[in-house]
Design a protein around this ligand. Structure first.
Ligand code: AMP
Ligand code: TRP
Length: 342
């Protein structure tokens, strides 16, 4: 009989840049909804993933705290959810090593994120960590026996790999130890696109700051970026289907829908026939109304970094208490002697 696992959510965000509107709509906002549904939720600033590409240490520390502040400002309650940074809990690195020995080179080399990040560059010069990145991600999830992972569309393939690693581990060792995780890719904003190019994902690592809205942007900056966002010349159509070949228009309509909590059909019904000259100011007003309270709260929290570190430390203690026995058991299963007691 298949082992059943209690519902538990895990997800992570990299502190490799500021939190973007894509992270907010695709991840953070949904993390809060899951917490508020009363499911056990564990959220992590994945600092060890961030250093798979070069990070200045002081900037990394700042961005880790800023990310944590964004979680809290967006509605994550550190008393209800576990909120911490990955490197404080050794189970992640320990299980990642085991998974490095379960996953196959071929699996890793088929990851589109790896291929994208090394495309046109010298793959020989990429870090080994960047290649192994999905095994660490699988470890993040499996160290808690998490069953559900809310993410944006771009992480789907990594979650399929997580399933493959869990299944191979179970098969190789003849156990039913790891759950087969379920990706939660839901809502109208699972893939928010760049404001400069509707065919590219909005990303914290895009060289153009105009391509994204950051949670640290002030109202004027947000409005300016939306005003300058790339669009086509046609007015908004009267059916959602007519947006199919208009990536920039579709992106702005989806962002509006996600921020307003409406469906794309509802937004189209309200704005059919509107020119971008009137739609963009409406979107800017909505974005500022939804994001500026979060920005204000983030700025307030960032004035007390020691308090943020205290919250992360407390979260790490709780994360440690869950993951320690899970990873100890993996060591037993794989034949590692654990004879230190106390
Ligand atoms: P990252 O910034 O790569 O650490 O991503 C953290 C989370 O945000 C993951 O769940 C991503 O799938 C999600 N995410 C990142 N960029 C976007 C985007 N442009 N649209 C939707 N979700 C995104
Ligand atoms: N790879 C994810 C991203 O870049 C971040 C991440 C790391 C993650 N570990 C995770 C997401 C575990 C979900 C679960 O978006």
């Amino acid at each position: 009989m298949a082992t059943t696992f209690a519902p538990r959510i895990f997800s992570g965000i990299q502190p490799s840049g500021g939190i973007t509107l894509g992270n907010y709509l695709g991840a953070l906002k949904r993390f809060v909804e899951k917490q508020d549904e009363g499911i056990e939720t564990i959220y992590c600033m994945v600092d060890m993933h961030a250093i798979t590409v070069w990070q200045d240490p002081e900037t990394l520390r700042h961005q880790t705290r800023e990310g944590a502040a964004a979680f809290i400002a967006a509605g994550i309650d550190p008393a209800r959810s576990i909120l911490f940074n990955q490197s404080q809990v050794a189970a992640h690195a320990q299980l990642a090593w085991i998974f490095n020995c379960v996953a196959r080179m071929g699996w890793m080399s088929r990851m589109t994120q790896w291929k994208d990040k090394t495309a046109g560059k010298n793959a020989e010069a990429a870090s080994l960590g960047l290649f192994a990145y999905p095994a660490l991600m699988a470890a993040d999830i499996m160290a808690y026996h998490a069953t559900m992972v809310p993410v944006g569309e771009d992480q789907k393939q990594h979650l399929e790999l997580t399933r493959d690693i869990a299944i191979k581990f179970n098969n190789d060792y003849g156990v039913e130890y790891f759950p087969v995780v379920e990706p939660l890719i839901e809502g109208v904003a699972t893939r928010v696109m760049s404001l400069r190019d509707g065919t590219k994902k909005m990303s914290k690592s895009d060289p153009s700051d105009q391509s994204r809205i950051n949670l640290t942007d002030d109202a004027d900056t947000i409005a300016g970026k939306i005003r300058k966002a790339k669009t086509d010349a046609a007015p908004l159509p009267d059916t959602a289907g007519a947006l199919r070949d208009r990536p920039e228009a579709r992106n702005l309509v989806s962002i509006y829908a996600a921020l307003a909590g409406h469906t794309v059909d509802q937004v189209i019904a309200d704005f059919a026939g509107a020119q971008f000259g009137s739609f963009k100011p409406a979107l800017a007003d909505l974005a500022v109304a939804k994001l500026s309270p979060i920005t204000t709260e983030m700025n307030r929290l960032m004035k007390d970094p020691a308090e943020i570190d205290r919250i992360l430390g407390h979260g790490a203690d709780r994360a440690e208490a869950i993951s320690r026995p899970i990873v100890d058991r993996v060591y037993d299963i794989t034949g590692m002697i654990r004879s230190r007691r106390g």
